[in-house]
Unconditional design. Structure first.
Length: 325
């Protein structure tokens, strides 16, 4: 098959903290990958759409083709519940002539397709935000959380970061005498690139940047907790306790047995081994023999595969994986 006859597919996985774009061919060969900033439509609004268009342009440039050569575009994005931004994105894709080749879905849908390929099972996605989803073999589906970073979802990266910031603001007077609080204070200063806690008020003027940096605090907080920082540990334990409640609710509603539970995990926070260890601790009295299912395969591929399927292109994740390996 010559280069000009190949069918080209782009898949995009857009989260709150980062976005991965991949262009691959219909024979399963990965041609180019890029990781850029977060593109949550609800958080970043028009800036997310501009970033997505730039990402598409760059991927096409990397393989020396243009919009007319693109066969399918799949976008699995966080924040698609913001319908006005979703519609604006579709209009922008129409303007550059690829709207009819595009499929826009939630990033939780692409993650579920990847990690629960049989169409049933439990998925817990914890990154900047959090969504827990379960579906049984009879087709009953339940979703918990996922309302948005600012609408009460507990246990996510953003929630952990916000909790840490509030703790520092309320305990500034103990910075000189409490080592744990001082270490957390240093973490906050580094992430926000400021010299004093009062400067936090200024950075909160940039909402999108604040969401990203607040979520970034979670990784450092979890690391501090794993090293014995009691303040960080208390915050992460509160997070995992609430996520455990989401999971138990899902299992009860779906009607799963509490023994030998398999849970698919997606997102940068829940992929952290120490976070999952604390989550297992929170679940130990209700669930037994939990098996976590994780994948290193990007859900950007799934977004592209779903879009390709809509255009009658038969390609599976196995076609991709065998060429990666």
């Amino acid at each position: 098959m010559t280069l000009s006859k190949k069918e080209y597919i782009i898949g995009i996985d857009g989260g709150g903290s980062s976005t991965e774009g991949i262009i691959f061919s219909s024979d399963g060969n990965t041609l180019s990958k890029l990781i850029i900033e977060g593109t949550n439509l609800y958080v970043y609004k028009e800036n997310a759409i501009k970033s997505i268009i730039r990402l598409i342009d760059t991927l096409l440039e990397n393989v020396n083709i243009d919009y007319s050569n693109l066969t399918a575009l799949g976008l699995g994005l966080s924040g698609v519940s913001d319908l006005s931004m979703r519609d604006l994105l579709l209009r922008e894709l129409d303007k550059i002539g690829i709207g009819n080749k595009s499929l826009v879905v939630s990033d939780i849908e692409t993650a579920y397709q990847l990690l629960c390929p049989k169409g049933h099972g439990l998925l817990v996605s914890v990154g900047t935000g959090i969504v827990c989803m379960g579906r049984n073999e009879e087709g009953k589906s339940i979703k918990v959380a996922g309302k948005g970073y600012d609408k009460g979802d507990i246990g996510s990266g953003f929630w952990i970061g916000k909790k840490i910031i509030n703790y520092i603001l309320l305990n500034q007077s103990t910075l000189s005498i409490d080592r744990d609080i001082k270490d957390i204070y240093t973490l906050v200063m580094q992430i926000f690139n400021i010299s004093n806690i009062g400067s936090l008020n200024e950075v909160f003027d940039n909402e999108g940047d604040v969401v990203h940096k607040t979520a970034l605090l979670a990784k450092g907080t979890i690391e501090l907790a794993s090293k014995g920082n009691d303040v960080a540990l208390s915050v992460v334990q509160e997070a995992t306790t609430n996520v455990a409640e989401y999971i138990i609710y899902l299992i009860d509603e779906i009607g799963y047995e509490n023994n030998n539970i398999m849970i698919s995990a997606h997102g940068s926070i829940i992929k952290n081994e120490y976070y999952r260890q604390l989550l297992n601790d929170a679940l130990q009295f209700d669930l037994h023999n939990i098996r976590w299912i994780l994948s290193d395969v990007s859900t950007a591929y799934i977004a592209g595969i779903l879009s390709a399927k809509c255009r009658n292109i038969k390609i599976t994740i196995n076609d991709i994986v065998k060429n990666i390996n």
